[in-house]
Design a protein around this ligand. Sequence first.
Ligand SMILES: CC(C)(COP(=O)(O)OP(=O)(O)OC[C@H]1O[C@@H](n2cnc3c(N)ncnc32)[C@H](O)[C@@H]1OP(=O)(O)O)[C@@H](O)C(=O)NCCC(=O)NCCS
Length: 140
Amino acid sequence: MVIREMTIDDYEEVYAMWQTTSKRALSKADEKSQMERYLEHNKGMSQVAVIDGKIVGTVLAGHDGRRGFIHHMAVLPDYRRKRIGHSLAEKAIEMIKSQGIDKTHIFCYQNNETGQSFWRDFGFAKREDVFVYSLGNDEI
Ligand SMILES: CC(C)(COP(=O)(O)OP(=O)(O)OC[C@H]1O[C@@H](n2cnc3c(N)ncnc32)[C@H](O)[C@@H]1OP(=O)(O)O)[C@@H](O)C(=O)NCCC(=O)NCCS
């Protein structure tokens, strides 16, 4: 397995993968032009896991100059529980830290038990003292 930078050339394969892994979390922000802007804005930070030329995992990593944020942490079902998610998350955090950002947030649906278990196992602490407020539509 290789973990490498995600580029816009990966978009079609990655988006097809997200249809399987992350459908509920997809939004207009995941359209190609927006993703191109995101990758440009957070150069070299987002990662894909590749096995035999096939993308089997993704993580979007970026920061706003103050805090890091991770989105679309995903691994194809047939490749799960092999620590691929961990490898991707480790690389994402490493990239965020390399930008001088020492704190990273993730969003997870309340009924996503797998996601919660994964982030807990990785060492993220669930916040009980913070609500997420959003302005705009219902998309995440
Ligand atoms: C969450 C996800 C990325 C995990 O990927 P993965 O490669 O299987 O994760 P890892 O192999 O690195 O898992 C490490 C640990 O996370 C926890 N974990 C992962 N999947 C789990 C599951 N289905 N149930 C319970 N714990 C789980 C376990 O502690 C696991 O360690 P273990 O296998 O020794 O028990 C993958 O399940 C996925 O793509 N899910 C759909 C998308 C999603 O929900 N993403 C998270 C958004 S917040």
